[in-house]
Write a protein that binds this ligand. Structure first.
Ligand SMILES: [Zn+2]
Length: 112
């Protein structure tokens, strides 16, 4: 049984990234290099932040001792993964988020 890497979509992980009790598998994804239970729990990376960094660094195959599968294409792989938090970057046109009431400014009608 193989599992899909939640960071990069690599479909060949030997174990699920998380065990049922929540501990990491300690497996290192050969594609993006994320180590479940270490990169996240010990080093504080999120899947999203790791993915962003991995993308910026050119989406390189991480495993040095293991060659990528024939025809490996990180972009196709990532697209197939469809990570939940890969929301398209959309910014408000003004550059400032629309905000009605800030914290501590709750408008309350005093009782008469
Ligand atoms: Zn990965």
């Amino acid at each position: 049984m193989t599992c899909v890497c939640p960071v990069c979509g690599y479909p060949g992980l030997a174990e699920p990234p998380r065990r049922r009790r929540g501990s990491g598998s300690y497996e290192i994804c050969p594609s993006c290099g994320f180590q479940f239970g270490v990169s996240d729990d010990d080093h504080g990376h999120t899947h999203k932040s790791w993915r962003t960094t991995w993308k910026k660094s050119g989406m390189k195959w991480a495993a040095r001792r293991r060659p990528p599968p024939p025809g490996w294409n990180p972009q196709t792989q990532l697209a197939g993964a469809a990570p939940a938090d890969s929301t398209p970057a959309r910014k408000p046109p003004s550059g400032k988020p629309a905000r009605q009431h800030g914290p501590g400014q709750a408008v309350k009608t005093p009782p008469i």
